[in-house]
Design a binder for this molecule. Sequence first.
Ligand SMILES: [Zn+2]
Length: 218
Amino acid sequence: MIASNFLNLITKFFAPPYCAYCKTFLSNETIFCEACFSAIKPIVSMKLAITKSQTISVFAVSGYQDPLKRLILAKGWSKQLASTHMADVIWQKTLLPHLSCDFFIPIPLHWTRFAWRGYNQAELMAARLAVLSGKRMINALSRKKMTQSQFRLGSNDRVLNLENVFSCNEGYKNCLRGKHIILVDDLMTTGATLKSAAKVLFECQPASISAVVTCRVI
Ligand SMILES: [Zn+2]
């Protein structure tokens, strides 16, 4: 809670008063100007098969294109604000407010990458979504091994790259049974990351797993 209050405070005092895409001056606390906000082209949700009998629904705001692509690629300090903004857009532009949810679970970074970057974008987004929805964010997953950047790999290699990458943290295993889980990440490319994470979480027998991402490569 303290972390999310702090995040709110940061957003309030450091959010630049201009559109995150076209830099038009804004008089109210929004992310994009009206023109850029309405230029976000929504896409339908999709089903991702995890096992033969289990699927998850993936909700994305749009394809991987501007103006949201700009937020995902934002560098440095503003990237933390960008994460909050992305969560706000997800909340406004997807069906997320109508989904059953007990826990938001962010896709984790490997600890070495976290140490280097200092934050996990997916975690900041999940924390913001927890504030907006009144639900809890839990760091139930760990990333066991370093993976190569998915962008440089072919689709077969991506699946291999992400096999057995995640594990469910001991303390959370029992509390996920019968619960509605929503995975959070900034970008979905092939879906290999979400698949790998959902596979591990299904072992805890939740009632459902869905995923929300800002953009999905189509
Ligand atoms: Zn704009």
